[in-house]
Ligand binder design. Structure first.
Ligand code: HAM
Length: 421
């Protein structure tokens, strides 16, 4: 028997309900805030991610599903949503729309990571991007929304870690500092980090190697936050005071390093206390230079993405159920084989307003009730000789046992008025 590829999952029943609940709540908030939904392609030219996410990141170096199409082009399954959204903003001239443009999305992302709890190769994100504003208000709005959506889903054991990765010039100074302090221990670093030392020392900070992390601790490496220039520092102060005024609780994480290179200034992550190693439910930040990396004009932006599977795990860990699926309204059963076509006809007349299933074989009433119960239907509807002759349905309330016979064309409005005759 063939199986789903390692690191991928089928979504159905409860897992799908969690997804729908999370996306639904995010949609409510993000559309209320003026966000418009966007669906970008699942694959892009590889250069979109190489330029956007950065060639020295783990994502680009090790985790992309890249393939060559029949025309010899290098394509990549999107490992994240931001680069594609900014590409679309530029391609469709959204710069002439009223700014900022707020775009939200939900969909699958692909990273060839080692699968474990909370880490898949195909996973899903819901994300929000605010393009065309460099105001700290936009940062505070984005941070607040990412937090409030999770709170609204019922999550309580979450912590918001806020920091800044500074401006490009600040990062250059920080990288120079990292090179200097790490050079004497370079031989001990992992092979990856020895390469990073030249190309992008900042990436050593999020190395997964234990030895690298031990060396960083032993050297008491100073955090990025110590290297902020006056502008980035002032920007962070403004975001902090805006969040405090909104009563959004946060802790300052002086050494926040996001796994993507496009960030400048504000960066944050939201972690869950019960999730263990993969505790980040989401993260985001400002990415003012991304547009230019993709060949566009300077366009400031800020945004975030939540990992839907991880949010679902967190909800489960806190005992939170997804919104239930809408139950079946009516299970229709013909009492005689000759009347079976009428069961289908009745269903077609009641769709799509009502949720109706019908039995494909005739049933005695007691059996029909059992079948209706198994499917969680509110009513069972019988079609016998009388109903067939008078074009009616006899509806029996599964929980109360009450019964009513109604002309088929009145059933919808009877349901709309609450199911009382
Ligand atoms: P990210 O931190 O790489 O940011 O991913 C955001 C979230 O996606 C993570 O916090 C995590 O919950 C989830 N996630 C990431 N990788 C996996 C995986 N392999 N399995 C399951 N869940 C995963 C971004 O992707 C940025 N594009 C966010 C952003 C938007 N920044 C600005 N705008």
């Amino acid at each position: 028997m063939t199986k789903a590829v390692k690191g991928t999952h089928d979504l159905f029943d409860k897992s799908l309900l969690y997804h729908q609940t999370i996306i639904g709540r995010a949609r409510d908030w993000l559309e209320a805030a003026g966000g418009r939904e966007i669906a970008t392609p699942i694959f892009e030219l590889t250069e979109v991610f190489e330029r956007g996410v950065g060639t020295t990141t783990d994502i680009v170096q090790k985790e992309m599903f890249t393939f060559t199409d029949r025309g010899g082009r290098s394509l990549t399954l999107r490992p994240e949503g931001t680069a594609g959204v900014v590409r679309a903003y530029l391609e469709h001239g959204m710069k002439v729309w009223p700014q900022p443009v707020k775009l939200w999305y939900a969909g699958p992302m692909f990273r060839a990571e080692r699968p474990q709890k909370g880490r898949q190769r195909q996973f899903h994100q819901v994300g929000y991007e605010v393009l065309g504003s460099d105001s700290p208000l936009a940062d505070a709005e984005a941070v607040a929304l990412s937090y409030l959506i999770l709170r609204d889903l019922g999550l309580r054991k979450i912590t918001l870690r806020l920091g800044s990765v500074g401006d490009l010039e600040d990062r250059r100074r920080y990288n120079a500092y990292l090179r200097e302090v790490l050079k004497p221990r370079a031989q001990e670093l992992s092979a990856d980090s020895q390469r990073r030392l030249e190309a992008n020392p900042l990436r050593i900070l999020d190395s997964k190697s234990e030895t690298d992390q031990r060396i960083l601790r032993e050297l008491a490496v100073r955090p990025m936050l110590d290297f902020l220039g006056p502008e980035a520092a002032a920007h962070l102060e403004q975001v902090k005071s805006l969040l405090s005024e909104m009563n959004i609780p946060y802790t300052i994480d002086p050494s926040i390093v996001r796994g993507l290179d496009y960030y400048v200034r504000t960066s944050w992550e939201i972690h869950h206390k019960l999730l263990g190693a993969q505790s980040a439910l989401g993260g985001g930040g400002r990415y003012d230079g991304l547009s230019e990396l993709l060949g566009g004009p300077p366009t400031p932006g800020v945004g975030w993405a939540l990992g839907i599977e991880r949010v679902a795990l967190a909800m489960e860990a806190e005992g939170l159920s997804p919104a239930p699926a809408r139950p079946l309204d009516i299970y229709v059963a013909a009492l005689d084989p000759d009347l079976l076509p009428l069961a289908l006809q009745a269903a077609i007349r009641l769709w799509p307003e009502l949720r109706v299933e019908y039995s494909l074989s005739s049933k005695r009433p007691a059996k029909a009730i059992r079948e209706a119960e198994k499917r969680g239907a509110r009513y069972v509807a019988f079609i016998g000789e009388n109903e067939a002759r008078s074009n009616t349905l006899t509806l029996k309330d599964i929980s109360s046992g009450e019964q009513v016979t109604l002309p088929i064309e009145e059933v919808k409005s009877w349901f709309e008025s609450g199911g009382r005759a």
